[in-house]
Ligand binder design. Structure first.
Ligand code: GLC
Length: 612
């Protein structure tokens, strides 16, 4: 009997071949390297397991599979969460109990612990950090996850390798072939030119964009830490080899690949070396490569930039690039709203997002492993007399508990000694004041922090896209100060919110009345409602409702005859709003009937109201 799937690779290749070749030749003008690429795509397809090919086929026939309202993510560090990969596998029940069906495993590939940037300095793309497990363990975990309907996401750190990667070691030894895979200069002439236009990512912890290598008498480009060497994508060997690594990882059963720091991958003298048009050519090629070899895999772009820079990474509807992007400005604007209790800027920001094509899927989040950079729309804030520098200082003071009545606990990140700019770290719970409230044993303050945590999650779940929880937030985990005593971490305050999962606290989620239980059960109720109500699907129309009160955010959703109104009170006092709407609504949480012609939203509270 003939195999009906024999030719699926060729069919997919045919669909994209001409465009792929065109883009490849535009960048590299190298036919033999393109031929090699295609041969390797074929080999990677052949190597892909039948189970994964089955998933590919089913998702090809259901391209909206990730655009509904049933995905809920959680990002976690393997060691903090389960000790090892096998440990994570043993904890899948907890993942399911948390209503999560997509886990982002933070970087776990081989790295040197003293120089790892949280795993974002990869020594070997085909080896797991030995203390976390093996590639076989990873494959067992991904297939165990698939059996339970859980998707697995991992990072593909493509902008750089660690200085301990084989290529870097050989480059340092003077092998020209490998030096050409990075940016090597024997004098300061060209690096000095770059420094005139390229901003700094880590101005305090890793100033500058180049590192001097005394043993080989060269500078090497290091946009991030000195031990993270930027790859030179002008060299087709780099692109090809990195694509083979990418497909190798996809073939281990990874469903979602987060392309780390993608705006930085192409460098051009005289520019900022961010978001150049060649970056988009490469991402478009990656999208086609996925669709040819592993069409079930989603690309999640990490573009931590202003909205005008983020949206182009979706590509166009005809020529898509990433499937998903972080809703980063919304996240930062959310915390600005927490501090100011004024939803004006957040409404404007959300309004822009709500007007984008529905094909564009955002990953919504409150906190992640990185700092909060205050990338707000300052032109808009200026209309209200709010200026960037003093406002950032205000936010940083607020979230360190220095401002007015604030009981937040956070720490600064990468305070720039020249510009005075700084970003911020801390867990959701600590930023919402829970840590201070618990230490003070102040029951009222504890309740108000819990209310804020729950309201923020409800608001996050109301947006279209894929909500992703930061592990520990579901039980209100607090900051972890212990990193101050670890010499490999002390300099990097992002470790403040990268603490070990507190399993004793997690067990308290089952004990009625505990802080953990109050947060966990409230979030759980919301997550289940979201999953069961189609109006939360990405296909819904979404709009901002004018509430007449700056402290109250209103979001409307409509899908196939169903309407949902979400009202979120960011202030510490009850607010009454009067909406010009005579319809009857049902409170999704309590089942009570409500009218929104006049409704009081409790301090730091919210409503999810469905039209009846
Ligand atoms: C991304 C990661 C961040 C890391 C950087 C360098 O921005 O989120 O944690 O430091 O890339 O790889």
């Amino acid at each position: 009997m003939s195999n009906p799937t024999l030719n699926e690779f060729e069919v997919r290749l045919q669909k994209h071949h001409d465009e792929l070749r065109w883009l490849y030749m535009e960048l590299y003008n190298n036919g033999s390297m393109f031929y090699e690429l295609v041969e390797n795509l074929r080999a990677c397809y052949a190597e892909r397991s039948n189970d994964l090919k089955g998933i590919d086929r089913s998702r090809e026939t259901d391209p909206d599979w990730y655009r509904r309202n049933d995905l809920l993510g959680m990002m976690l560090y393997i060691d903090n969460f389960g000790g090892t990969i096998n440990g994570v596998r043993e904890k899948l029940d907890y993942i399911q109990k948390s209503n999560v069906n997509y886990i982002h495993l933070m970087p776990f590939l081989d790295t040197v612990p003293e120089r790892s940037d949280g795993g974002y300095a990869v020594k070997d793309f085909r080896k797991v950090q030995p203390w976390l497990g093996t590639m076989e363990d990873l494959e067992e975990l991904t297939s165990a996850c698939h059996e339970k309907g859980i998707q697995v996401c991992m990072d593909f750190v493509m902008n750089h390798t660690s200085e301990d990667h084989e290529w870097a070691v050989r480059a340092r030894n003077g092998e020209g072939e490998y030096m050409s895979r990075y940016f090597f200069y024997d004098s300061w002439e060209i690096p000095g030119e770059y420094e005139k236009t390229v901003p700094q990512v880590f101005p305090t912890t890793a100033p500058g964009n180049f590192t001097w290598l005394p043993e080989c008498g060269h500078y090497v480009m290091t946009t991030f830490y000195p031990y993270q060497w930027d790859l030179n994508y002008q060299n087709p060997r780099v692109f090809n080899e990195m694509m083979y690594n990418f497909l190798y990882l996809a073939n281990r059963g990874i469903d979602i690949i987060r392309i780390d720091a993608v705006p930085y991958i192409w460098k051009e003298l005289g520019t900022q070396c961010r978001n150049l048009k060649q970056v988009h050519t490469i991402v478009r090629m990656m999208r086609m490569i996925c669709e040819i070899v592993c069409p079930s895999v989603l690309l999640l772009g990490e573009v931590v930039m202003e909205p005008e820079k983020v949206v182009p990474y979706f590509g166009t509807v005809e020529k898509p690039e990433c499937h998903m992007l972080y809703n980063v400005t919304t996240m930062a604007t959310t915390w600005h709203t927490v501090a100011t209790r004024d939803t004006t800027l957040l409404r404007e920001q959300l309004d822009k997002v709500f007007h984008l094509p529905k094909q564009y899927v955002f990953l919504n989040y409150l906190r992640c492993h990185d700092d909060i950079g205050w990338g707000l729309d300052y032109d808009s804030l200026l209309r209200f007399g709010i200026q960037e520098r003093p406002h950032k200082a205000y936010l940083n003071n607020f979230f360190r508990g220095y401002e007015g009545m604030s009981i937040s606990q956070g720490e600064l990140y990468n305070e720039d000694p020249v510009t005075g700019d700084a970003r911020l770290c801390g867990t959701t719970a600590s930023l919402c004041g829970l840590e201070t409230a618990l230490i003070a044993e102040d029951a009222e303050a504890i309740t108000s922090s819990i209310n804020t945590i729950v309201m923020l999650h409800a608001y996050m779940l109301t947006q279209s896209g894929i909500p992703v929880l930061y592990s520990g937030d579901e039980i209100g985990q607090l900051n972890d100060e212990t990193y101050h005593n670890d010499e490999n971490k002390a300099e990097d305050s992002r470790y403040l919110h990268r603490g070990k999962m507190d399993w004793i606290a997690a067990a308290r989620a089952d004990e009625e009345g505990t802080t953990e239980n109050r947060i966990f059960t409230a979030l759980s109720r919301l997550e289940i409602l979201r999953r069961n109500e189609n109006v939360f699907s990405c296909a819904a129309d979404v709009w901002i409702i004018e509430t007449g009160d700056r402290a109250v955010l209103g979001i409307g959703r409509y899908l196939k005859g169903e309407t949902l109104v979400g009202l979120f009170n960011f202030s510490e006092v009850d607010r009454r709003v009067c909406l010009n709407d005579t319809a009857h609504y049902m409170d999704l949480i309590t089942g009570e009937k409500r009218s929104i012609r006049s409704i009081t939203i409790p301090a730091q509270g919210f409503f999810w109201l469905k039209k009846v």
